[in-house]
Design a protein around this ligand. Sequence first.
Ligand code: 26Y
Length: 822
Amino acid sequence: AAVGATVRVGLDPAALQQGIVDHLRYSIGQLPALATPAHYYRALALAVRDRLQDRWIRTTETYFEQERKLACYLSAEFLLGPHLANNLLNLGLEEAARGALAALGQDLDTIIDCEPEPGLGNGGLGRLAACYLDSLATLAYPAVGYGIRYEFGIFAQQIRDGWQIERTDKWLHAGNPWEIAKPDICYEVNWGGHTETYADEAGLQRVRWVPFRVVKGLAYDTPIQGFGVDTCNTLRLWSAEAVESFDFQAFNTGDYFEAVEAKLRSETVTKVLYPNDEPAIGKRLRLAQQYFFVSCSLQDMLRILDLAGVPVERFAERYAVQLNDTHPSIGVAELMRLLIDERHLDWDQAWAITVAAFGYTNHTLLPEALETWSLPLFRECLPRHLEIIFEINRRFLDQVRARFPGDEARVARMSLIGEVGDKQVRMAHLASVGSHAINGVAALHTDLLENSVLADFHELWPERFSNKTNGVTPRRFLALANPGLRALLDRTLGTDWLVDLTALRRLEAHIEDPAFRSEWRAIKHANKRRLADYIATQTGVELDPNWLFDIQVKRIHEYKRQHLNLLHILTLYRRLKADPGLGIPPRAFIFGGKAAPGYFLAKRIIKLINAVAGTINADPEVNERLKVAFVPNFNVRNAELIYPAADLSEQISTAGKEASGTGNMKFMLNGALTIGTLDGANVEIREQVGDENFFLFGLTADEVARLQRQGYRSADWLDSHAELRAVLDMIGSGHFASGDSEVFRPLVENLTDSDPFLVLADYAAYVACQERVASAWSDPERWTRMAILNTARCGRFSSDRAIREYADEIWGLQPVAVSAHI
Ligand code: 26Y
């Protein structure tokens, strides 16, 4: 027995090696002589999962026994990134794995690279959910992540002829060694049809939903191991499957083929992640995805409550349910339906439970990103929920009228049903009314939320609002991503920074030590070398690690203003062409990010970046001072190469548009300086590092709003700035498109005619600020001091801090120590 157990749980290299060999043989069935790194990856992953298994089971058991409150994080996206290296880190198994593989003639880094990345998210919001899972487990909070097991995650981006091409992401192709299917944990989810009233045994009138279709949701669980603790939480993702009996009964005319087709239709629900991250186009399938995973998750919570013998009346004492944006906000109506129609609670009791259970996190102020559903579509898909929403609304608007008598304009503004144009269900209003806590994701964002989109709600319920500034996990984004810096920190400070990021403050004592600064620079240089090698193999562009690495990686969006960055590059280009002796420090401009496949201008911006790169990199008159590279397929894996290699972090959104940003924090953590506007969490980053260590430029959110109110005219900015005009003319002339003056015309016209994100208004300030960057860079000792200070002051931006705030102030959640006794 001891021998068998060792193979499964032993943490020494020999036991792990045996585990790998066993999995290669018994789970994978591969001859060792023919095993490729991909086979070794799966074998190691399974061996590591074995080592998580006791902790995982013990954690679940502990939560069940101790009858403690559980946080349920509902998110349509979890942008996890590769698991293997993270699990090795969190289990303290990195050296054992390296040794075990070496004994088998394999290299750990090569094996780690074989893992397909679970990219079940678009960007910031999905990655935030993943960072929060890491922190929840590390801080030993009882928590479950609930989401969707998309068969295809975010598309893989290729660049062909400078254009973005999307390829499907077949991340499950070779199987997924991290998940465990739990086919016995499954729920039926209704869709469409109509409702009926009936009288129950006691003669009470009740409502029954007679659906058009029923889909089954199956649970797939993934372990989320905390760092340095035995806590191993669960991410439970739902996969859609047809309810056979239902479909086959419906087609008892014998049309087997149609029945199979119906089955396929059911299973499309979890096929693919919608690759849009801002404009919320109300597609039926997206509503189906949202309702599907939320219904499964709430049914699961109720089942677990039943198993524990806890009466449903105590739901909110046992669960804190957090809505990651409005995507899961149909949960408010679904919990009401489950409590009233299925558990037969009365309205007031059900409503008190619902509001006490839910919290709502808002991630955007952009009006076009606020989710609404057309009323006819909503009625057709979720007829019972619409009735419930009408009733919630009726009671809610009574409250508004009682509080603000005679203010019908306010009633119309606050209604859950919008009546501008076609009627719609407003999901942000549903989430706000149905939650006891509403939060923004950075101080400025929360402020704007309280004073703009949710101002009426803030006036009615100020006590519901709070700020929870985002955070990122230092385990993945420093320890894993930047092994060189990790070693220096461990040597200098010890290792507690991994679980207490404010410990990095102690770095400040070393800033004046020239030897320390030179070590710091050597690490940064090696990271830049590593990235340059990657970029060379991916794009053929050769970058020199001695140059300033100026990086902007994030989704491509007009409001994020990658084109402002381009205007600066082209300004330098023109200046250099005019004066080849110009003394500017050499810079590599690095971009990365995906555009939503239907976002016309964003795709042109990618094309323009690549066109400018092609021209500049090939021009010997400038390419000893400037280079431009676009890293294809920005994802979690290559992000881990990119952040540690940055000297300068570009955070240049139009003030008031970026809710928080989290890339800004990942750069800071790795010692990059920020050039940025007073937007999102930039404001707080600047507060932490001080004005003199942050390159600030541009209009403030107030100024942006004022300008737009007064009627912003981009032409005014053009007239007063000859250099800007010349740059735009150059883009428009076809200079970067072999004379084709059509490709970039829409981009240029967008800026000259409307410029919705005030690129031209901020241009001069941005270029001037970049000159300050250049001058700071020319003093390497000064730059290094500033870089160290950035890392030293990033403690606040740990997701551990953010999660503690959610736990204390929204969820009322206590940590629960788990001991796996092994
Ligand atoms: C409705 C649907 C089309 C949709 C899907 C995804 C809408 C929005 C999104 C994703 C939004 C998102 O990623 N927002 C970002 O959230 C981060 C975490 O809070 C913020 O740091 C970032 O500023 C914000 O843009």
